[in-house]
Design a protein around this ligand. Sequence first.
Ligand code: NAD
Length: 355
Amino acid sequence: MNLDQTRFPAEQLVSFIESALTAADTRKEDAAEIARHLVDANLTGHDSHGIGMLPAYIAHIQGGQVNITATDITRSDKGVIIQRDADSGWGKPAARRLIETAIEKCQQNGLAAATLGNVHHLGRIGAYGEQAAAAGLVSMHFVSVADHAPLVAPFRGSDARFGTNPVCISFPATNKRPSFLLDMATSKIALGKVRVAANKGEKVPPGSLINEHGMETEDPTGMSGFEMKGALLPLGRHKGYGLGFACELLAGVLSGAGTLQPGNPRKGGIQNRMLSILIAPDAFGDTDWMDEEVDAMSDYALASPPMDWDSPVLYPGDPERAWRGKRERDGVPLDEVTVEQLNNAANKAGSSERL
Ligand code: NAD
């Protein structure tokens, strides 16, 4: 398979996605926001959640797995708590609106807890952590995945029963340091990394995958899509399993939209559920002291002598900032296979724009 890469300016990719989504009847403002979010995932180094999602999104429009005319339904709005249902609408705009409401509530009350159910793919969860951090707030996001077959095995299990259920924790910037952003799947490696390894004919790291017989394997062949034969393994054995399970409870149950258990419908799309908890630091004390403490702890952690001098200790969120700097300057690399898939998807959507 030819994986030669060409670099594309971010703005070209944004325009390409926007045209394809609007050609497939997505509202213009939603298309613009989704396009920006996907390309932002590429810019921050998360290609698994970038423009490569477009063919699936177009297929979901055409298969009716996303409601392109949806409006949010507020199920509950009590004090600092908000429970919202996106009516199977687009993820990024619905989640941005939810976090906007949660920010307002948190700024008034010091705390807010918000859930979002029945929402199409939320993409890179770090975007919502960044939104809260930009407003000076701490945030935690627990996300579950629904509407398609499971991908991740429980610890000691031999087949898939969970999604890659991401967790994100953000802490606002200090005068010295940009925001802390931990944004991670609870599987040892992301599904997109299995796809890339399979395309390149490479192995995956030990302890990442099991095959259809429940045996550990480093060979990703045939496990590159949502129809994968085996399963991803949770990160950190029972700990990642427990964290992924917690996402089902916190996001799937508290949102009211349901978990990945097979009694709930699966229409072959990609849905998420999310619980977001926002905290105003000033409700907990002196923020000048907090900033000094964040800086002191970060300086201490990052001063640990690296085991490998070419790989220094990093602050969570720094890898994304480094990728952004590089890719905004040099463009987003896409291999020929992906470009062909994207052009086919645009064609199916009725857009004449090509990469
Ligand atoms: P990853 O492993 O690339 O990064 C995880 C986190 O670790 C990031 O916060 C990053 O800043 C930090 N990090 C990376 N290297 C570091 C280092 N050397 N030192 C310190 N910190 C470091 O992320 P992932 O688990 O592959 O997840 C990729 C993306 O996929 C995330 O944006 C996630 O939200 C998204 N995701 C979304 C869904 C969904 O259903 N919407 C599901 C799974 C994952």
